[in-house]
Design a protein around this ligand. Sequence first.
Ligand SMILES: Nc1ncnc2c1ncn2[C@@H]1O[C@H](COP(=O)(O)OP(=O)(O)OP(=O)(O)O)[C@@H](O)[C@H]1O
Ligand SMILES: [Mg+2]
Length: 350
Amino acid sequence: MTDPGERLRSSLAADLPPAGAEFDSPIAMEAMRATRVLHAGEQDPFPPPGRIRVLTIANQKGGVGKTTSTVNLGVALSLFGLRVLVIDLDPQGNASTALGVEHVVGTPSVYDALVGEATLGEVTHPTTASPNLRCVPATIDLAGAEIELVSVVAREHRLRRAIEAHLHALPADERPHYVLIDCPPSLGLLTLNALVAGDEVLIPIQCEYYALEGLGQLLSNIELVRAHLNPGITVSTILLTMHDGRTKLADQVADEVRNHFGELVLSTVIPRNVRVSEAPGYGQSVLTYDPGSRGSTSYVEAARELAVRGAALQPLVPAQPSPAAAPPAAPPLNALVLGQSVATRTQEDS
Ligand SMILES: Nc1ncnc2c1ncn2[C@@H]1O[C@H](COP(=O)(O)OP(=O)(O)OP(=O)(O)O)[C@@H](O)[C@H]1O
Ligand SMILES: [Mg+2]
């Protein structure tokens, strides 16, 4: 498999100055790549999607790059001209941290929107990464939401309703092109809300042993959601993350994932890159922290692929907000086998 950094280098090299010119050094090339990322707005923007894309970034396995991918894809799309809303749906609040958005207890957050105390617009914050990128942060309050929502009517539709109402309230030219929902590492009520809210699922898969373990459970849960709660949901994108080019194993996992998922897998692979892991510590994406790094340029390429695929989608048929009292054509949540059931978790937590 072609190394993504190599592929990117060769594509960038195509319009670099000829050998011997003053830019012909690795450092100069990196500087040039950094300039391209930083001045993304002056280059050809990414094509807008044919309809608003609500992408749920999910994988119940922890630490596979869900948050990193949500944040960096979001920043890349926004730097290249698209409007993006990142919804942090993980009580850990990692996406909020990486986007430099306050998320101490008491900050207006996604929790308030889920429990119906605020609209999504009221809890949407600007980010420093780009004026095109806004974020709904998560605070630790969200940890209680799974339990608080158990007795609420249509609890699995809360996020969808909030997003629909938000999109309808915004003037067309302010609506985000992309809504990216960062899920927690579980298949509980929060992830269920995200799967009901999304049209597409993006699954990050870490190029490591055990990467595919648990994936079957995720896919069958998505099928259950599709059958009972959200007929529109599909797995549209697989992103290979943390690829370590020095190991055979990483290539084997990548090949296996490609054999299994075919064209769903983006051809760009995100390499393991220390700059990617350092960036959140500075409240930044890797694109702003070290724009010329391989982590940064790979996320730009992955976002470009995502955008090109999105441009081919059918135009949006304006969705009407679901009637508040409409009962979901589905069995009650506790009857759905979504990993650990909410009922079980409530007992354990009490
Ligand atoms: N390409 C990469 N190179 C190096 N480190 C990475 C890369 N991608 C992610 N990481 C690091 O791996 C760790 C896990 O990543 P991340 O938080 O994005 O995963 P996650 O799936 O959101 O985790 P969780 O399940 O806890 O929400 C983080 O410390 C992150 O900085
Ligand atoms: Mg995360």
